[in-house]
Design a protein around this ligand. Structure first.
Ligand SMILES: Cc1cc2nc3c(=O)[nH]c(=O)nc-3n(C[C@H](O)[C@H](O)[C@H](O)COP(=O)(O)O)c2cc1C
Length: 365
């Protein structure tokens, strides 16, 4: 059996294979109240039918002002839980492990949907004041965020913890904290976006304080048996910015706080970052963090081929593979990948005749 399709046990959770659906914002909460809709049930359920071992819900905000857009998923009240249960059921009943990424967008909040321009949303159009470690905008034409007070910091930490409890109530089996891509926790980590002079800025220890406090609060809020993942940007691709050396150290501290898997992404904190993606471009970050921080890792980013994914696992560069865009193109990628690697795949019963058809002679032209 291939490594890609062998199960993996993380804490108390056995996940049936190592193809994970990466978190992908859908901006499809129709009523702007952060609730899941039929779109989410079909979208996530389809990826479970397609054979992924773990299906992770998109960045879901722990509070209204943490949303990237008003159409993001939210998880701050029981109404969100009730609307999320059918999505969780669609994942579980199709054999995959349900997971959710919890997030706060910080200075990147209050925008329009990407397909409507991804522009800052004015207060007159339903936008809101953004918050960040320091009053530094992401780019010139974006609003300057308000510097977070100690009360704000405490509030966001509490929001993450209570959102994590709601995720447990909704039936989630894995939680991932979004600390990548220039969102709030990532903004604290970077010396370019964090100019604070208190205990939350300056040294690496201080910049990591808020993300680690969030981690500790969430770990304490969820069952001991529940896996906790963190997505990091391993580097921000900027001179004098957050880099892989700092991220390796941070990953060690996350592990000490009870984080089980580091999901290794990169970039997103600077409008002028220099990054040219290529196949597997973030795999070396996963390999370094895995070997130097001695922690379970996930590799993500332009991984599109079964053999490529298998080689990453075989080479000890990651423990699991996350796919994003390829699973939008083809939700059945895992079934095809398993057929390629292992000679056969577990098609869902109602689809089994698809496999039979492969053996039929070509129809006459
Ligand atoms: C439509 C879309 C939405 C995304 N939303 C999120 C998100 O909610 N959280 C996150 O951490 N990354 C998000 N990403 C990044 C992906 O998870 C992934 O890291 C990136 O697309 C690279 O992987 P890929 O080459 O397999 O697409 C998103 C990507 C896409 C294409």
């Amino acid at each position: 059996m291939s490594k890609l399709f062998s199960p993996i046990t993380i804490r108390g959770e056995e996940i049936p294979n190592r193809v994970f659906v990466a978190p992908m914002c859908q901006y499809s909460s129709e009523t702007e109240d952060g609730r899941c809709t039929g779109w989410h049930t079909v979208h996530y359920g389809t990826r479970a039918v397609g054979g992924a071992g773990l299906v992770m819900l998109e960045a879901s905000s722990v509070s209204p002002n943490g949303r990237i857009t008003p159409w993001d998923l939210g998880l701050w009240d029981e109404g969100h839980v009730a609307a999320m249960v059918p999505v969780v059921d669609a994942i579980v009943s199709n054999g995959a492990t349900p997971a959710i990424q919890l997030a706060h967008a910080g200075r990147k909040a209050s925008h329009t949907k990407p397909w409507e321009g991804g522009k800052m949303l004015a207060a007159s159009d339903g936008g809101w004041e953004t918050i960040a470690p320091s009053p530094i905008s992401f780019q010139e034409d974006w609003d300057v965020p308000r510097e977070m007070s100690m009360d704000d910091i405490g509030q966001v930490i509490d929001d993450f913890a209570s959102s994590a409890k709601l995720a447990v109530n909704a039936g989630m089996k894995v939680i991932e904290l979004h600390m990548a891509h220039g969102y709030l926790a990532c903004e604290f980590l970077s010396p370019l976006s964090n100019h604070r002079e208190d205990d939350y800025g300056g040294s690496l220890e201080n910049r990591a304080r808020f993300p680690l406090e969030v981690t500790k609060a969430v770990r304490n809020a969820i069952p001991d048996s529940m896996p906790l993942f963190v997505r990091v940007s391993a580097t921000e691709y900027m001179d004098n910015g957050w880099d892989v050396d700092e991220c390796v150290e941070f990953s060690r501290w996350l592990k000490d706080e009870g984080v089980d898997l580091i999901d290794c992404s990169s970039g997103g904190n600077s409008a002028t970052q220099t990054l040219t993606p290529f196949p597997g471009y973030q795999v070396p970050f996963s390999a370094r963090i895995r070997s130097e921080a001695e922690v379970t890792t996930g590799a993500v980013g332009l991984i599109t081929e079964a053999a490529q994914a298998e080689k990453i696992l075989e080479g000890g560069e990651a423990d699991v593979i996350l796919l994003a865009r390829e699973l939008l193109r083809n939700p059945y990628w895992p079934i095809h990948a398993q057929t390629e690697l292992d000679g056969e795949a577990a098609w869902p019963s109602p689809y089994k005749r698809v496999a039979e058809l492969r053996n039929y002679p070509a129809p006459p032209r």
